[in-house]
Design a binder for this molecule. Sequence first.
Ligand SMILES: *[C@@H]1O[C@H](CO)[C@@H](O)[C@H](O)[C@H]1NC(C)=O
Length: 348
Amino acid sequence: MTNLPFASFYLLLSCLLIILVSTSTSKPALAFSIASLSDYHELELPHNIVGPESIAFDCRGEGPYVGVSDGRILKWEEHLKSWTEFAYTSPNRKKNICDASTDKFKEPICGRPLGLKFNPTTCELYIADAYFGLLKTGPNGGPPHQLAISAGGVPFHFLNALDVDNESGMVYFTDTSLIFQRSVWILSIISADRTGRLMQYDPSTKKVTVLLKGLAFPNGVVLSKDKSFLLLTETGTLKILRVWLRGPKANTVELFAQLVGFPDNIKRNNNGEFWVAINNGGGGGGLIPTLLGDPVGAKFDEEGNVLEVLDGEDSAAALLKSVSEVEEHNGKLWMGSVQNSYVGVGLL
Ligand SMILES: *[C@@H]1O[C@H](CO)[C@@H](O)[C@H](O)[C@H]1NC(C)=O
């Protein structure tokens, strides 16, 4: 009699074990879909230039615009099927030294524009340059106008990405490290450097505010559709962080997603979903390593669920390597890279 409860307990336990074992040996169901691109092609950069890290489209939807290895910002002219020079960031940039350069040790002279975003109201282009701070140009490009080179009395050392609030004009941007410049970025990762910052620039007061510091390689930044929060990729910890700007949780930070690959830039589509580029330098070991060859991008909803994954080894996009940015625009996915000599494009 006294053993009966134990017997039924063990019976129940073995049933549970059988259920657990049988579910774990059956094929796992994918909770997300694999993005399949059609008509994949590449917009090759001129003169062997590389590194279109970030992609932007202007007020009329034209572009893409990209910042490249020789310090220029180029615009893709669809009707000409070629790139034209739009702007640059270094106030002392010398064309004879810099044009067509792929030498990272010339970047402190030539500039290295990484983050790009047009303010959709003023049509000005905001630029985060790794060496020359926060800048902007007018709608037709031309010489750079430097807006900020420090925050809280501490100079910027490695600006990386930005986003612009389309109503207030507020700019949110990242400084990846106070110690290491872009040309030696790998040292920041290796040394587990935690000196990165997140800032806000107010165009009406021209003031810069430090929102967060002590970050491990803060990289991409993007506002949510209703601007109640922003997402920040912290490459050093493989995390996407949610920073609340408004509402009951304002000024707090929480984990949005933990990846197993290196998150790079992050962009929002018109539905308010987010594409994060996963940059493993090409060749495997990303988000879900056992299920996919080389995940190079993932689409998240506002709750942090993965909706879609872009596989760099997918046949349509077999040449996708080292993806720094995935941007959805006009029904297409545009893929930038800090290393490649082209922008990848495919129909979603
Ligand atoms: C700003 O963007 C939001 C979507 O993120 C949109 O609903 C709103 O109409 C835009 N406002 C302006 C002034 O463009």
